[in-house]
Design a protein around this ligand. Structure first.
Ligand code: NPW
Ligand code: K
Length: 443
């Protein structure tokens, strides 16, 4: 964001002009949500506070009863200019009475440490006392680059991101404190390869499609056939044309359309899934090595990740996609530095695989530096078996598209949408029933 801002200044945009643009965009969003409901705007010492003064002036011009409470003096040239354009009274944050709308313009991207305890408590009190609360750019107290909370932060109804989403808008724990995100366009182009995961555009099979052109997925079973079944069933509902289950024992409860093979038959497979239910003994490692040595694109999840963490990748073909949760990620890649986005990108670069770093904020990272962040996943996904469904979907979409990053993004989106459709308290098996509707919605 700082680089983009500088690029705009280099083309002649002036600091204060940008603040007026940002303030106007934010005021418009607040106006649409609250109309003439009275507002208290909290203004900090930097440019975030300057935005607050602009917002206050513009809302007052529209007839809103606006009060401003500041935290000390304005310290930047632009914020001083915005403050001098406000001819109303300025109250003290610590003593100002609440209003129907609370607008937090205390700190944005310039926050360097947590708020003083008394100021944070005051912010929480004023926010709770308001009917609606808006954070300008970021809730004051969250670290923009990592999403960490540096001091107590209230829950905001809306966070108005200026110009672009920052990591904190999408990463936990900060993202949980923003009920809704609104992106205010301030005319700055963001040169970034990191995006908020958007809904994919999927294609229906062509008129001449057959099961092999639509993609054959081989799913390798192991000790715990239940997990493998969930993956295979998800792959069968992912849009792929054919699912072959590699299992040397009879497997119960399975769609008749899924064909079982007792040997490791990867013939015509466009993607292989290995890991869910694989086991961790020598036989499991042998199966994993055989898949990697076959050289085709494969998705590694669960036990396959555990085995790779224990034994290393050696000179084996790396998975096209890996889907670790937090524990699996740190076992595989150790303690990496930076935000979850930074860590996922470092892992993708070092492994040469697309990494789906799962969680309430899943990050999908490619070795070439692209990344997508999926936030707002259903908290009901935190139940056994949902990872197996995701892995099956990832393998299925890999067989359909042949593109690991695209496949991983599509899989995470469809998984999240299937969960939304399943509602609360579902079991992983229920996602299988909602997947076709999730796919239909993206055709
Ligand atoms: N980028 C863009 O394109 C645009 C950006 N715009 C806006 O600018 C915002 C960034 O502005 P900014 O850089 O002035 O930082 P900001 O968050 O206001 O605070 C910095 C001040 O706070 C202080 N301080 C820090 N932590 C503190 C603490 N815990 N407790 C107490 N004090 C603390 C720190 O001083 P320090 O004490 O650290 O020396 C400094 O004085 C951005 O979020 C957006 O709203 C728009 O106007 C236009 C387009
Ligand atoms: K703020």
């Amino acid at each position: 964001m700082r680089a983009a801002e500088q690029a705009a200044f280099d083309t002649g945009v002036d600091d204060y002009g940008l603040m007026e643009t940002a303030g106007a965009a934010a005021a418009e969003i607040i106006w649409r949500a609250g109309h003439k409901r009275d507002a208290l705007i909290l203004c900090g010492p930097g440019n975030n506070g300057g935005d607050g003064f602009v917002i206050a002036r513009l809302l007052r011009d529209r007839g809103v009863a606006v009060r401003i409470a500041a935290l000390g003096d304005s310290r930047t040239v632009s914020s001083q200019r915005a403050r001098s354009a406000w001819d109303g009274p300025v109250e003290d944050v610590m003593t100002a009475a609440p209003a129907g709308q609370l607008v937090d313009a205390l700190f944005g991207t310039g926050l360097t440490r947590g708020l003083d305890e008394a100021v944070a408590a005051r912010l929480c009190h004023l926010s709770e006392a308001a009917t609606t609360s808006h954070a300008i750019d970021l809730p004051s107290g969250v670290d923009s680059d990592s999403g960490a909370l540096l001091s107590a932060v209230p829950h905001f109804d809306v966070c108005i991101a200026l110009g672009a989403y920052k990591p904190a808008h999408l990463l936990q724990p900060a993202a949980a404190y923003m009920g809704r995100l609104a992106l205010a366009d301030i005319g700055i182009a963001m040169p970034t390869e990191v995006h908020h995961l958007g809904a994919p555009a999927l294609c229906a099979p062509g008129a001449n499609a057959h099961k092999y052109t639509r993609g054959l997925v081989a799913v390798v079973a192991g000790e715990m056939v239940g997990a493998t079944c969930l993956s295979a069933e998800a792959a069968a509902r992912s849009g792929a044309g054919y699912v072959r289950l590699i299992a040397d024992v009879a497997v119960p409860v399975l769609s008749h359309a899924i064909v079982r093979s007792a040997s490791l038959d990867l013939d015509r497979a466009k993607a292989v899934l290995v890991g869910p239910g694989l086991g961790r003994d020598d036989a499991a490692w042998d199966r994993l090595v055989a898949v990697a040595k076959a050289g085709g694109p494969f998705v590694a999840d669960a036990d396959a990740l555990r085995l790779f963490a224990e034994k290393g990748f050696g000179d084996l073909t790396r998975p096209a996609i890996m889907t670790p949760h937090e524990g699996e990620f740190s076992r595989l890649f150790g303690d990496l530095r930076g935000s979850k986005i930074d860590r996922a990108l470092a892992a993708a670069r070092s492994s040469g695989s697309v990494v789906v770093y799962k969680g309430a904020d899943s990050v999908i990272a490619a070795p070439d530096g692209r990344a997508a962040v999926a936030s707002g996943a259903s908290p009901w996904l935190s139940t056994a078996g949902t990872g197996d469904v995701l892995a099956g979907l990832a393998a299925g979409r890999l067989a359909v598209t042949g593109d690991p990053f695209r496949a991983a993004c599509e899989a995470v989106w469809l998984h999240g949408d299937a969960a939304r459709r399943a509602g609360p308290a579902f079991v992983a098996d229920d996602l299988l029933a909602t997947l076709p509707a999730a796919i239909a919605a993206r055709l």
